[in-house]
Design a protein around this ligand. Sequence first.
Ligand code: ADP
Ligand code: ZN
Length: 439
Amino acid sequence: MSDSKYWNKTVETMPRKQLRELQYKKLKSQVRHCYDNSPFYQRKFKAAGITPASIKSLDDLSKIPFTVKTDLRDNYPTGLVAVDSAEVVEIHASSGTTGNPIIGAYTKSDMEAWQEIMARSIYTAGGRREDVIHIAYGYGLFTGGLGFHYGAQKVGAEIVPASSGMTQRQIKLMKDLGVTILCCTPSFAVYLAETMNTIGVNPRKDLKLRLGLFGAEPWSERTRQRVNEALGIDAFDVYGLTELCGPGVSMECPEHNGMHIWEDHFIVETIDPETGEVLPEGEEGELVFTPLSKMGMPILRYRTRDISVIETDMCPCMRTHSRMMRVSGRSDDMLIIRGVNVFPSQIEYVIMGFPELATQYEIHVDRPDALDTFAVKVELNEEYSKSSCVNLNDLKRRILSKINNITGLNPEIHILKYGELARTEGKAKHVFDNRKGKT
Ligand code: ADP
Ligand code: ZN
């Protein structure tokens, strides 16, 4: 197995027709499982006037109503669990900060399926049993830490379960233990790189790092270039959410042309977030997933609110599983500023194009009077912060003009010194919208 580029060649390169047949077979048994064992879905099916017999092909998926985040919150904690409580072996929860958390309940077979797709994901990026994998996603209820842990364990690699916190000690461990793969949020990867620079650790000389597996939040192509450059690695994007299992729903291959969705375990659809209408392949919209192997908490047509595009043309890696392009944002992250739609990722893209700037940024929106105010705070990078020859006014003007080109808006630009904005060890907070409740 170890010289193949595939973890499971038969599945990963399965002809699409066969893959769709497999999906249909698994969909039928998921629908049956929901119908027989989930009071939540019994109610939903009844309201929609459908039974398992209504699903006669994959196209009939659209007869099933969507499941949304509030369904999970309203049925907290176990309203969607479809097995006897003794079958549940593990619980996770999303990092959401308001209201009831979203819970994931896993049976033994759910854990096995998750471990399998995480191992496949790590292997797809090039992780092998010879690697030393440093996991700096948080361990605990968050699916990031343990998800990567289970996968790396199955690959047979040496695991450093660093979790979050104590950044300098993490760098010491990476150096002393010869860590080759770093798994964490892209924001933490950036922070690690900055800290290494500050404390005089040269990743190219002092570390053996070769790969980064970064996910759990949106990040741009330019951030990838910067992290690759700063750490001397090849960084991969990995995607997932608690509601579906956690990380491992999709993973980039070495072609870096989108994340292969493991379609033997998930059906993906793209919809118009406003109307709910299913969009043709290749159009940007909200991703809707139907997991096919979930027993503990089966979920049908889950609206993720994540915006992306799906491509199904053959990837040069020969994996047949379709690819989702970078998530441009969540539909609920989208800011409407003076009537204009703005995704934080658009601002990030601009900022990462300026070598004079560090990677940290904040977007502040407020409505002191009738009009929205919009400000972007950025930092000079460490070198420029120390130098007196930066023309701040000119830099400001150039940043503003780039943001204006993309959004048509003219935010106030604040250029701060390196290190003045707060850093994070988990998912970064970039948006501060203080308009809530102000009209
Ligand atoms: P929470 O909703 O509390 O953040 P999760 O921890 O389950 O819950 O996070 C899942 C969400 O994180 C996804 O729905 C998506 O918005 C985001 N996410 C995960 N991986 C990526 C990625 N690679 N790129 C962009 N966004 C991602
Ligand atoms: Zn590929």
